[in-house]
Design a protein around this ligand. Structure first.
Ligand SMILES: NC(=O)c1ccc[n+]([C@@H]2O[C@H](COP(=O)([O-])OP(=O)(O)OC[C@H]3O[C@@H](n4cnc5c(N)ncnc54)[C@H](OP(=O)(O)O)[C@@H]3O)[C@@H](O)[C@H]2O)c1
Length: 233
């Protein structure tokens, strides 16, 4: 798919990786970019069309799909990261993770797949994580939701192929955004994440692995888990 001339919609585009997606889509010649946010007043990107959108609110999704009926490229970027024990903490945060990453993004795919098909086909990007494939203590709710979103991504890729819609799963370990506040390990520039994904859209890649850590985690799945998880003990 060519980015130039496409009509793109990005969720959570007021900051972080979503903001970089919106900026780069314009730079790469997208005909229109819907920069959406649950607080649209925070979007400060010249040249975009701003729309309100909360991906956990069905009415908000329906309104966005009606307003952006010319979309050909959907970037499901919005996300949250809670911490806590799956076993002993209250379940509210775990439900919020699933509501956002699994149910919210599935609702977005269901709302926009007919729109993209009607416009002659295109692509959907789901922003996943290395945490789709592993977990460290305290990240259980987020990791389980990203894992569910990962296989949802695979499933809708199969379903939408015949409708001319490519579906990309985008995996990264750590990028320097608010969601990683306090993390002191190596992080990639969020602009690199958007660039790798958009290159992948143009190449028709089913999966984009942004950084070395995601590649290592993916490779670990082919081996017994004990050795991989020993490093978190
Ligand atoms: N940064 C990393 O290291 C990393 C690693 C792996 C995966 N990811 C994934 O990358 C994506 C972007 O994260 P980021 O790093 O850019 O984080 P971020 O800077 O915290 O941005 C998150 C964005 O998602 C929006 N959002 C959250 N819930 C939403 C909802 N229900 N409806 C609409 N928008 C919502 C936020 O809006 P508000 O401003 O209103 O809160 C914000 O714009 C997420 O899916 C995240 O899981 C990030």
């Amino acid at each position: 798919m060519d980015i130039a001339g496409s009509v793109a919609l990005v969720t959570g585009s007021n900051r972080g990786i979503g903001r970089r997606f919106a900026v780069q889509l314009l730079e790469r010649g997208a005909a229109k970019v819907y920069a959406t946010a649950r607080r649209p007043e925070l979007v400060d990107i010249p040249g975009v069309e701003v729309l309100p959108l909360d991906i956990t609110d069905d009415a908000s999704i329906t309104a966005a799909a009606a307003a952006a009926s010319d979309v050909t490229l959907l970037v499901n970027n919005a996300g949250i990261a809670t911490t806590g024990s799956l076993v002993s903490d209250p379940l509210d945060d775990v439900r919020r993770e699933m509501d956002t990453h699994f149910w919210g993004n599935l609702a977005m795919v269901r709302a926009f797949a007919p729109v993209i098909e009607h416009n002659g086909g295109g692509a959907i990007v789901n922003v996943l994580s290395a945490l789709s494939w592993f977990v460290y203590p305290g990240s259980g709710g987020y990791a389980a939701a990203k894992a569910a979103e990962w296989n949802m991504t695979n499933a809708v890729r199969l379903e939408l192929a015949s409708k001319g819609i490519a579906v990309q799963g985008l995996h990264l370990g750590a990028a320097d955004t608010d969601i990683m506040a306090g993390y002191e390990g190596p992080m990639v520039d969020p602009a690199e994440v958007a660039k790798a994904s958009l290159d992948g859209v143009e190449q028709g890649a089913a999966e984009v692995i942004v950084d070395e850590w995601s590649a290592l985690v993916k490779a670990s799945l082919a081996r017994e888990p004990e050795a991989f998880y020993a490093q978190f003990a």
